[in-house]
Design a protein around this ligand. Sequence first.
Ligand SMILES: C[S@@+](CC[C@H](N)C(=O)[O-])C[C@H]1O[C@@H](n2cnc3c(N)ncnc32)[C@H](O)[C@@H]1O
Length: 527
Amino acid sequence: MKIPERKANERLVEYAERLSALYSDALRPKDVKPKGQFFTPKQVSIFMAELFDINQDKITLLDPGAGTGVLSAAFCEKLLSRKKPVSLVIDTFENDPEIIPFLKRVLQECKKDLEEKDSKVGFNVLTKDFILTNEPYLSGPGLFERGEKFYDFVISNPPYYKVGTESPYSRMMAEFICGQPNIYAFFMTMAASMLADKGEMVFITPRSFCSGLYYKNFRKWFLRKVRITRIHIFESRKDIFDKDGVLQENVIIKASKNGKEGIVTITTSRDKDLNELGRIEVDYSDIISPKNSERFIRIPTSEFDVKILHIIDKWPCTLEKLGMEISTGPVVDFRAKEHLRQELMKESVPLLWMHNMQNMRVVWPSKKNKKPAAIASTEKTSPLLLPVKNYVLLKRFTSKEQRRRLDSAVLKQSEFPYGSVGIENHVNYIHKPNGSLSVNEAFGIAALLNTGLIDNYFRSLNGHTQVNATEIRNVPLPDLSVIKKIGEVVSKAKDLPANLDEIIGSELGIDAEIIKHLEERYNGKNR
Ligand SMILES: C[S@@+](CC[C@H](N)C(=O)[O-])C[C@H]1O[C@@H](n2cnc3c(N)ncnc32)[C@H](O)[C@@H]1O
């Protein structure tokens, strides 16, 4: 394919973006997914390059998974705008041989523009696998002595697709992963290993690494290796890579090697036009709470969110400290198909689904989409069944339309006259492994989980609509005596009280202004 020339007055990023589009249309459609090729729009590329603090005049830049080089082009534009000649070396890694001629053309144009302004530019296009080629960087001390090259700046929009545990990447990165992570985290790992002292990396990625379970070891390692200094979050899941139809909540993060745990600026925009909706400055400990063993990376997006984090972070307990545990409903419908019953009949017990949770109570039977209302109670199903006790149920999934991500109800033993019960897999349940929850404990926990207060906290932690048990295990909770008091008030109400935040706010002495704001946000008509 003949690569079109750059037009007169066409900016470097515009040229790269045009080539990305051309390449996508002409060569790519069949296999978008396996390569994870989603190209960065020029506005986003410029935004990312703008985040670097460039003070030196000898610069090494790494662009892993370079595509047509739009991010390198944005970096070069930033250098051009500084109007100070530099000596620049760009190393790009790109393992798709078909895109390499496009990448080379863009880099030649970058070189030409910068050299016209008295800079010196060299570039290396490495048609290699970025992860496998750079394995020596993971082997710890001695790298420098072995003459490995380190980079002042890394800019990347890495590929993203799930990596199986048997892939050579996973075997190589075994210490950083658990479960089935995504290739983008391997790119971040490698990039952080290749940073020079005080070097900076800017990545655009899905938000999942911030709280996902598979990324726990990665987070621990990454946060030891580099400091996050800047976060930008896109509110909309669409739009950023709209040509490619990617539905992801994306973040841009900047991290520095040997940087200080100082102030982190967080900005928000709706879409790729990057019109700023919000900007806040927070302490490092606000995003990475020292209390949190999972090393979740929290992203509050307003001063209000930060206030809520501060309130809840002070609460002294967790489920574990309270002697409670959260588990996932053991009945997976398609696996237990032969045991499911449309209605309760002989030798069967009720089966609870998300739709049985209504206004903080369990309503059973309550039919939806012909879902079976019962499960056989036999020797075979006994591992799937639970003795009826007081439980807190928590939905594992909520729809985007729902105001709250957390939706909890109480299964009250005294109102549920059965010996055992099945809990379907989309529902988590909170229980006491060595006993049973009292009515007040159950209502206290459910009420807390249903507040705007905890919902708001949770949203800083988690960008998706799924609620993982691990995340709930890490949510701080008040003392048991306070929980019981809340439970006492709430259990008497017939329905989910509309003023839960008020009830909890007064028990916990929370500023009335904050409660008012929450009530407006969660109960107001405009949301
Ligand atoms: C998400 S695209 C981004 C491209 C470009 N950086 C941009 O921002 O438009 C990721 C690129 O990484 C390349 N890639 C995927 N796996 C790779 C690997 N293991 N090593 C090097 N490049 C890889 C893909 O071919 C793709 O061009």
